[in-house]
Design a protein around this ligand. Sequence first.
Ligand SMILES: Nc1nc2c(ncn2[C@@H]2O[C@H](COP(=O)(O)OP(=O)(O)OP(=O)(O)O)[C@@H](O)[C@H]2O)c(=O)[nH]1
Ligand SMILES: [Mg+2]
Length: 330
Amino acid sequence: MTGERPVDVAALVAGITHRDRRALAQAITLVESTRPDHRRAAEQLLAELPSPSSDALRIGISGAPGVGKSTLIEALGKVIIATGERVAVLAVDPSSARSGGSILGDKTRMVDLARDDRAFIRPSPAGETLGGVARRTREALHLCEAAGFRRIIVETVGVGQSETAVSGMTDLFVLLVAPGGGDQLQGIKRGIMELADLVVVNKCDGELVAKARQAVAEYRSAIGLMIPRHAGLPAEAIPVSAIEGVGMQQLWGAIVTRWTALASSGELARLRTAQARQWMWDEVAQGLRDHAQLATGDRGRELAQQVADGRLLPHLAAAQILADLLGGTG
Ligand SMILES: Nc1nc2c(ncn2[C@@H]2O[C@H](COP(=O)(O)OP(=O)(O)OP(=O)(O)O)[C@@H](O)[C@H]2O)c(=O)[nH]1
Ligand SMILES: [Mg+2]
């Protein structure tokens, strides 16, 4: 894909089908590219790939900067590999200002996993985002499944919207938290808590043990007051120490138990159907927006400037753009 050589889609299809990690990495680079010719090749690739033969378990993991996401994924990844499965990790960094540091951090904190040929780790910079999760992460996830990965983790830094986006493309959403001072739940929005299947309290070690236990108790009582996301399957709060590898078996056990329960009740199928629909409409919305920006050209820029100067209200400007695009029928 370097230079101006046309993309060899057939070679990528063959490589991915043969579980070649280099082909997978190249394919993800292709779907992330915004160049129109790359986009066409990416769409062709996605159309030509055979659908994965079995269901993958898709896990979303989110949490504030520094709570230990990378450390946890390294430890959990090893547990997954020990079960005989391969694991793919898609790490998305929502803020470009931090991207350099975080991606560097991932390389140094997932050393063992990065070295293991049963693991695939892919950090992606911000790029175009859906509230912090790269627009093309769903496609990357699909590519990982086509490459035979049956355990996939999507990691993102929690920024308020990224949790919603990541939970909208995965089967289970894990909210990672660390013990705080005083009121443990402080700063965690209720809406985010309601998305979580598992609230994992990390850093339950050393001097932090007492605070971590208190946090677990507080999360448990908060969960008890919430309407569960899946009826009959309330969220769980689990203490771990990612750095010491403590609680990893319990965490993996809870993930698998929950996923199995969702699958056998039919809830997983319903969830995925809803996600597929949402994906389609998200793409339509994004596509229309891209089209509108191109098609309105100078007029669009002029209206945006008027909005920026406070001379025109945003919704009135939007209505004018829609009227222009739709021939005044909107
Ligand atoms: N005490 C303790 N420290 C931990 C634990 N897990 C991670 N840390 C430390 O917390 C810091 C952040 O860990 P990371 O795994 O990089 O956290 P992260 O959430 O991936 O951070 P960002 O990617 O920057 O958002 C590091 O200094 C880790 O060593 C743990 O279980 N216990
Ligand atoms: Mg990290």
